[in-house]
Ligand binder design. Structure first.
Ligand code: PLP
Length: 362
């Protein structure tokens, strides 16, 4: 028997070469009194939901694996959207949905297409699954016109195309014509990430059907005030859901999460009230920012992209952190020179942000 490697001997094996240059995806978890950097809801879910969940947990058979198909949860989500449970795939955050999509439809020898700037995890997750990523550019105003989108799809012939509506980090919604143009240009699956869907007036959900290569992703992390839960889902053709189930790990949705998500959907009205309140607060925030030396992009989400005039984005970000206000530094992201992104918080939090920004800029 050969001896184990000795200290100072051969080192650990090299990981996949295509991962060597990639960094993980993390937002700063800096201590700050006002945290407006990750687009969470500033409001907790209803206390009734918490009581219902605790009661339900008393009945969980902890020694048994959870119900594998998460049937009750998927039925509740299907009811919400008027689709069949077989058209719903749930996972640990919509990020896991995106990963399952790339595992099932991407992979070596296949391409994914993104329109930058957009949610960095689309390209990141595609890379991790060995999918080649082609990053097309949006116009200078961050809009994507239907003809440009269709031309990119026809040229790249991606296995998976990502759109994000409202788009993180710009806050702009995708025109329905753009979604339809991409679907018509085919081939491949179109993924529309609607993590902020309930904040906006339009949705691609109405286009989902068994014969349409369209997947719409949603999450409990933002509008449902449940970022800690890690639950998201896709509404998709039944055949696609079957493929996503095939690549998911067995029992990937634990029993608590299944119950928590199902019970949360009983409180839809409370969710809609929170969303309406945040939309009104967003408009107040945008109106107040108009008085400051910043460019602001119109947003249909719970965050606002802005660019301080004549000041480096990173300097402004640091000056805000010094005032215990944390926003997202997007200033070094491709196409977002000098921009920062602020999440809509409570009126008190937003006032702190506005006061700090005014102090820093004037
Ligand atoms: C926040 C966010 C998500 C949410 O991911 P989860 O894994 O569900 O928390 C997905 N897509 C976009 C564009 C987001 O901004």
């Amino acid at each position: 028997m050969s001896p184990l490697p000795a200290p100072g001997g051969p080192s650990l094996p090299a990981p996949r070469a295509d991962l060597a240059m990639r960094e993980g995806y993390h937002s700063a978890q800096v201590g700050a009194e006002v945290r407006l950097n990750t687009n969470e809801s500033p409001y907790p879910p209803p206390p009734e939901w918490q009581a219902e969940l605790l009661a339900e947990m008393a009945g969980i058979a902890w020694n048994r694996y959870p119900e594998r198909a998460a049937r009750a949860l998927r039925e509740a989500i299907a009811d919400l959207h008027g689709v069949r449970p077989g058209q719903v795939f749930a996972a640990n955050g919509s990020n896991e949905v995106l990963q399952a999509l790339c595992l099932a439809y991407g992979g070596p020898g296949r391409r994914a297409l993104t329109f930058e700037p957009t949610y960095a995890l689309h390209a990141h997750i595609a890379h991790l699954t060995g999918t080649a990523v082609v990053q097309a550019e949006r116009a200078g105003d961050f809009r994507l016109d239907p003809a440009a989108a269709a031309a990119a799809v026809s040229g790249v012939r991606p296995a998976v195309t990502f759109l994000c509506s409202p788009n993180n980090p710009t806050g702009l919604v995708e025109d329905p014509e753009t979604v339809e143009a991409v679907l018509r240009a085919g081939p491949g699956i179109l993924v529309v990430d609607e993590a902020y869907g309930q904040f906006a007036a339009t949705s691609a959900l109405g286009l989902v059907g068994d014969a349409t290569p369209l997947v719409v992703c949603r999450t409990f992390s933002k509008t449902w005030s449940l970022a800690a839960l890690r639950l998201g889902y896709a509404v998709a053709p039944g055949e696609v859901v079957g493929m996503l189930e095939r690549v998911a790990l067995p029992y990937h949705l634990d029993a608590v999460k299944q119950a928590a998500g199902r019970l949360a959907l009983r409180h839809r009205q409370a969710m809609e009230q929170r969303v309406a309140g945040l939309v009104a607060e967003r408009e107040r925030l945008v109106a107040a920012m108009a008085a400051l030396p910043v460019r602001v992009w119109p947003s249909q989400a719970n965050f606002v992209l802005f660019r301080p005039e004549g000041r480096a984005g990173l300097d402004v970000w640091k000056a805000l952190v010094e005032r215990s206000v944390l926003v997202r530094d997007t200033s070094s992201w491709p196409g977002l020179d000098g921009c920062l992104r602020v999440t809509v918080g409570t009126p008190a939090e937003d006032d702190r942000f506005l006061a700090a920004l005014a102090e820093v800029l004037t």
